[in-house]
Design a protein around this ligand. Structure first.
Ligand SMILES: NC(=O)c1ccc[n+]([C@@H]2O[C@H](COP(=O)([O-])OP(=O)(O)OC[C@H]3O[C@@H](n4cnc5c(N)ncnc54)[C@H](OP(=O)(O)O)[C@@H]3O)[C@@H](O)[C@H]2O)c1
Length: 234
């Protein structure tokens, strides 16, 4: 815990997501978005989204626990692997409930709660996984976690989803930029994850206003990149 009165620092946080035009980030709940790429309908938008982590100078990528579990249980084999960002030194995963049995541990940083079951901490220690404890109760303390990540040397984190972790970061007010690749797809649905899933707003005052930094077509099938700074004029 930082000393009382010490202001919390944080790395820049850039949401970098590949979504359908209607803001869905997968086909339906518990499905892996890689199936859009496997079906050849996204015009390379997914791999281009991964290259953007380098273009945006991200020194780490960060995901929610559910996304990892969906990738594990609904694996999609691709003919051509997705681009692996080169500037990213670590893969950070928020696993506050200690749900994941880790297999791949290279460059992994796990963020979890101080009151997670001891057996989970034992797993992290046995597998020599770097970990951070931040907050207790229902959820990880996002601001405290970001402070620890800053202290570890991270300066620009690419937040890759899913919708719940993006939504929690949005409501915590810690997102600096949004890099959104719109794939040429409409998915629809009522419970399918979207770019930001969180509690509903009470008034428009709570909406995050954005300033457009860049926009351009991407790939060969009509995908579009939108790059915003959060906190533009209302
Ligand atoms: N298109 C894309 O670019 C893209 C990228 C990634 C994922 N996806 C898709 O997204 C889907 C999964 O998304 P999801 O929304 O279900 O799950 P998710 O965001 O991957 O996982 C939920 C995460 O949010 C955290 N969380 C929720 N509320 C919080 C709060 N108030 N404070 C702090 N942390 C909080 C949870 O922490 P705990 O661990 O503590 O519960 C967990 O880490 C999958 O289908 C995947 O394929 C798409």
């Amino acid at each position: 815990m930082p000393k009382r009165g010490v202001s919390l620092k944080k790395p820049k946080v850039i949401v970098n997501v590949f979504s359908s035009v209607d803001g869905r980030i997968t086909t339906s709940p518990d499905r892996n978005v890689m199936e859009w790429t496997a079906a050849g309908i996204d015009g390379d938008a997914n791999t281009i989204t991964h290259r953007l982590y380098d273009d945006l100078d991200c020194d780490a990528m960060l995901s929610g626990s559910e996304s990892l579990m969906v990738w594990g249980s609904h694996w999609v084999e691709l003919e051509k692997p997705i681009y692996v960002p080169k500037k990213s030194k670590s893969y950070i995963v928020f696993d506050g409930r200690g749900r994941i049995n880790w297999q791949q541990t290279k460059d992994l940083v796990v963020v979890t709660r101080e009151d997670v079951p001891g057996s989970y901490i034992e797993q992290l220690r046995e597998k020599k996984i770097t970990y951070i404890l931040a907050g207790r109760g229902n959820h990880i303390d996002i601001r405290l976690a970001l402070h620890h990540l800053y202290e570890m040397g991270f300066r620009t984190i690419g937040l890759s989803g899913g919708g719940s972790i993006n939504g929690a970061f949005l409501r915590a007010g810690v997102i600096d930029e949004i890099s959104l690749v719109l794939a040429p797809l409409v998915i629809g649905g009522r419970t399918t994850p979207t770019t930001f899933d969180c509690e509903d707003l009470l008034s428009v005052e709570g909406a995050a206003s954005l300033e457009l930094l860049q926009s351009k077509p991407l790939g060969n099938k009509g995908a579009v990149w939108l790059h915003y700074r959060v906190g533009g004029k209302k």
